[in-house]
Design a binder for this molecule. Structure first.
Ligand SMILES: Nc1ncnc2c1ncn2[C@@H]1O[C@H](COP(=O)(O)OP(=O)(O)O)[C@@H](O)[C@H]1O
Ligand SMILES: [Mg+2]
Length: 407
């Protein structure tokens, strides 16, 4: 284990520089890298917090150094206020197994205001920002959210983070909440909206063999998501553990006016969110036991090997890179058909049974009312089939998968 030598780093929260209690650990004695001894220079960019260590490191080294050196989550120190609607009810962006995600507004904390006493007061609009605030709904959610805060803090340090992961602003201790940028459209909502649009248009022989959002939009979504997964596995060294449409957020690439004019590509940047089931990929050490050992199971997006009676009995149910690949493939099938449940009309028990046979997902989907959207030998099948092999060892690797999606 590395020796601990706590020091303070200046990191940005809410576009204001504050000193954060980030614990920096010196690398193990075997390492010839020098830990940073002074607080970061360019204080507004968290990626500058470990400059000496990270210069010249390849992606795998970078993530290992960050994991070893960043041991406590970034803190969010401004005050937060949950936004309410006209009837004084708190506004929610969404809910999940662990949390409610509220729309919240920030105000600089009294301490920060006191530090800034010599600077001229800024206008209220400049200091108030809107955030998504993920608050625990159960007592046992607290350690899970703390582990998620650490995972998101580490991701913050890695090049490419902004393109693939929901922006994280810190852990807000008074409310035990995670503070993120608000990205109010989940892929699940988008899929339902697209399916609704198709239903309203009525059946069309011209489009019935295409994904609900159109061929080019689906292909572009697939490429972006697969590239994001490749980044998570290979650059960040992290397994997401619960990939499904509800845990992916869509950041618009265009304004509303421009959006209606763009028809051929997918006009959003899909961002991975909800790292509550995330695990480090640590080949040398096996499983990282400091992480909250909570995996989420969301059949039919969960890989079949994690749902088998044998693995459930043995407790050997940790997600793997290959199980992430399966979950993303299932997500892309749902996006193509517009059926968020994948197998609509079946009972929960039937769905679980089908999920245990997940390698047959395309076959099952074809029996459903939108089965025509994933035709045999079509491009959806070509991209999905290699990612859903029953044996996880035979599933496509993300690097190859990115090339296939780009072909
Ligand atoms: N940054 C965000 N901005 C807007 N909505 C969000 C954000 N993060 C999560 N949500 C919404 O809240 C829901 C629950 O959040 P999630 O992180 O998945 O929590 P859980 O771990 O409890 O499943 C998501 O499905 C999504 O709809
Ligand atoms: Mg979730």
């Amino acid at each position: 284990m590395a020796t601990s030598s706590p020091m303070h780093l200046s990191l940005e929260t809410n576009h204001k520089t504050v000193t954060q209690p980030i614990t920096i650990q010196t690398p193990t004695s075997g390492s010839n890298l020098t830990p940073p001894v002074t607080p970061i220079g360019k204080e507004n960019d968290p990626k500058n917090a470990l400059p000496d260590l990270l210069i010249g490191a390849n992606p795998a080294e970078t993530s290992a150094l960050v994991k070893r050196n960043v041991c406590t989550p970034l803190n969010f120190t401004d005050e937060l206020e949950i936004c309410s609607d006209a009837e004084e009810r708190p506004i929610e962006f969404g809910r999940g197994a662990w949390s409610i995600v509220y729309k919240a507004r920030s105000r600089p904390s009294a301490t920060i205001a006191a530090i800034a006493i010599n600077t001229p007061p800024s206008s209220p609009t400049a200091t108030t920002r809107v955030y998504a605030m993920k608050s625990p709904v159960r007592r046992d959610a607290r350690p899970v959210l703390q582990a998620e805060a650490l995972a998101l803090t580490r991701l913050n340090f890695l090049p490419g983070y902004e393109r693939y992961v929901v922006p994280f602003h810190g852990y807000h201790t008074p409310t035990e909440s995670l503070v993120m940028s608000a990205v109010p459209l989940a892929l699940s909502t988008y899929i339902e909206d697209q399916a609704d649009i198709m239903r309203k248009r009525g059946p069309s022989t011209a489009t019935m063999f295409d994904p609900v959002q159109g061929t080019e939009a689906w292909k572009n979504l697939a490429f972006k998501l697969i590239s994001g997964l490749e980044w998570l596995h290979k650059t960040a060294g992290i397994i997401h553990g619960d990939i499904k449409p509800h845990n992916l957020l869509l950041r618009p690439l265009f304004s509303d006016d421009e959006l209606s004019a763009s028809t051929d590509t997918f006009p959003y940047e899909p961002l991975f969110a909800d790292f509550s089931s995330a695990l480090d990929i640590s080949p040398e050490n096996g499983r990282d036991t400091t992480q909250a050992s909570m995996s989420a199971f969301t059949p039919p997006f969960t890989a079949p090997e994690l749902l088998s009676l044998a693995s459930l009995k043995s407790g050997d149910v940790d997600p793997t890179p290959a199980s992430d690949v399966f979950s993303l493939a299932a997500t892309l099938v749902a996006a193509a058909t517009g059926d968020l449940l994948l197998y609509p009309g079946s009972s929960n028990m039937q769905r679980l049974a089908m999920a245990r046979d997940g390698q047959r997902i395309l076959e099952f989907t074809r029996c459903g009312s939108n089965g025509s959207r994933v035709p045999r030998n079509g491009f959806v099948e070509k991209l999905i089939q290699p990612a859903i092999a029953k044996d996880p060892a035979l599933r496509i690797d993300t690097s190859e998968w990115v090339m296939l999606a780009n072909a």
